[in-house]
Design a protein around this ligand. Structure first.
Ligand SMILES: [Zn+2]
Length: 79
């Protein structure tokens, strides 16, 4: 029986211990909205995407400290 488990530890705020809620601020974000024109001339939103020209920064959702050192790992864990 394997005693070794390979799992990825959860990201945890080193300041307050929060491991549930986080938020990310994207700088210089550009919001692109795609529309389709309907037969009656009105428009419907088809898709909205946000492109960040600058960097983005991760913050703890509880104490709002910036988690600079955890951001790389965070980015790889968004599915
Ligand atoms: Zn925190």
């Amino acid at each position: 029986m394997a005693t070794e488990m390979s799992f990825i530890p959860r990201i945890k705020c080193p300041h307050c211990g929060n491991d549930l809620e986080f938020f990310e601020i994207s700088e210089d974000a550009v919001i692109v909205t795609h529309y389709v024109q309907n037969p009656d001339g009105s428009f419907s939103v088809e898709d909205t995407s946000i492109q960040s020209a600058g960097g983005s920064r991760l913050f703890c959702g509880s104490c709002e400290e910036e988690l600079r050192e955890l951001h790389g790992r965070f980015s790889n864990m968004i599915f």
